[in-house]
Design a protein around this ligand. Structure first.
Ligand code: NDP
Ligand code: MG
Length: 391
């Protein structure tokens, strides 16, 4: 049996990961989660702990961790908390794999802790690579361990690269659903409300990534993520709007052959592939019915209505700390939008300005990345307060 450390177990990806684990019972890829970690959802984590009986559980919040400890006195369970606990979980002694599905750049230190301990990482937490890509890739190289993408597009590219020569890959074609506001004009977007943005047509996900999909910041973050994972420059990555979310991404090769990975939109497929790689086992994902689909469509992205895409690509081109600043500002702006403090179009505006304010500097230490993130958040929060007052 293989041993897993699962960070973000109570979230959308975390819950689906546990579903996949149930399905893998009795196979050669059966996993036992030795540690489950979350932020503060005590009730859900307690239920998970009672079913999966890990050795340890982590809640980031100290009060929540104390609550969990009190509720699980009848179990032989170690309860940890804070960033220290999260990093200990990430580098869990004896684990074969760490799956990082926390949301936000808070996942950076745990990812580094896992890699530095020589643990392969299945990565859903894209903000980690956006903010600290250089540090993360360097830590993986030094330890000689693999990063297995969980994000569906990156899993698709990872699969499309198998059996081919990486140097002969010419372009990554990163598909995007276009989100709930596909076809909307800027005028119409100005009045988009959180509940409109939370209604994604194809995927049910956590709130942050759902808003990122609506602004297309998600695709921008994914361009940066792909650039790190597959060592491709921004000009070698093309975003393709594909409303049906069936083609999860593609690779164009030197001979103009394009290899694509298709499937029903179901995160349990890329999650399972990361857990069973390089094997493929029966999965809970529904069989793809091409005749029922009939046709698939592709469009160029509307860069004017969704400027976040170019803000992120610009940050990637600048490199250094620019992506960390843009990511930090975005995390802050998304929370403010969800609270109703700013409008939808304030998100690209604030994120773009925060990126432009970040001086050019290398992302060569964790301290530098954390400081760029902190400064961008502080500036964005201040802007939000100013705008909220005016509204
Ligand atoms: P959710 O918001 O559903 O879940 C986030 C998880 O992270 C929860 O378990 C939450 O705990 C935990 N968490 C948040 N902050 C901390 C912290 N400081 N310490 C420990 N745990 C923390 O997000 P998703 O599952 O949707 O997304 C997770 C990541 O995967 C994101 O980076 C997202 O971009 C990426 N992703 C998600 C996809 C999806 O389909 N959902 C698809 C592709 C990528 P708690 O419940 O206690 O708050
Ligand atoms: Mg994705």
């Amino acid at each position: 049996m293989k041993i897993l450390s699962l960070l973000g177990s109570t979230g959308s990806i975390g819950v689906q990961t546990l579903e996949v684990l149930r399905g893998l019972r009795g196979t050669e890829h059966e996993y036992r989660p030795a540690v489950l970690a979350a932020h503060s959802n005590v009730e859900r984590l307690e239920r998970q702990v009672r079913e999966f009986r890990p050795e340890a559980a982590v809640l980031f919040g100290k009060g929540a961790a104390k609550d969990l400890r009190d509720r699980t006195r009848d179990l032989d369970l170690t309860v940890l908390s804070g960033m220290e606990g999260l990093c200990e979980a990430a580098a869990w002694e004896g684990a074969d794999l760490t799956l990082n599905a926390v949301v936000g750049m808070v996942g950076l230190r745990p990812t580094l802790a896992a890699l530095e301990a020589g643990r392969p990482v299945a990565l859903a937490n894209k903000e980690t690579l956006v903010a600290g890509g250089a540090l993360v890739m360097e830590a993986a190289r030094r330890s000689g361990v693999e990063i297995l993408p969980v994000d569906s597009e990156h899993s698709a590219i990872f699969q499309c690269l198998r059996g081919n020569t990486r140097a002969q890959a010419r372009q990554l074609l990163l598909t995007a659903s276009g989100g709930p506001f596909f076809g909307w004009t800027r005028e119409r977007l100005a009045s988009a409300r959180p509940e409109d943005a939370l209604a994604h047509p194809n995927w049910t996900m956590g709130a942050k990534v759902t808003i990122d999909s609506a602004t297309m910041m998600n695709k921008g973050l994914e361009v940066i993520e792909a650039s790190w994972l597959f060592a491709m420059g921004p000009e070698e990555i093309q975003v393709v709007v594909h409303r049906e979310s069936i083609v999860h991404s593609m690779v164009r090769y030197a001979d103009n052959g394009v290899i694509a990975q298709l499937g029903t939109p179901d995160m349990r497929l890329p999650i399972q592939y990361a857990l069973t790689y390089p094997d493929r086992l029966p999965s809970p994902a529904a069989e793809l019915d091409l005749f029922a689909l009939g046709r698939l469509t592709f469009y160029p992205p509307d860069r004017e209505a969704f400027p976040c895409l170019d803000v992120a690509v610009e940050a990637l081109k600048r490199g250094g700390l620019a992506p960390a600043a843009v990511n930090g500002a975005n995390e802050e702006a998304v929370v403010a939008f969800l609270r109703g403090e700013i409008g939808f179009l304030d998100i690209p505006d604030l994120v773009g300005q925060a990126g432009a304010r970040q001086p050019d500097a290398p992302a060569d230490s964790l301290e530098a990345v954390l400081e760029a993130d902190r400064a961008a958040r502080a500036w964005t929060a201040e802007q939000v307060r100013g705008r909220a007052k005016r509204n």
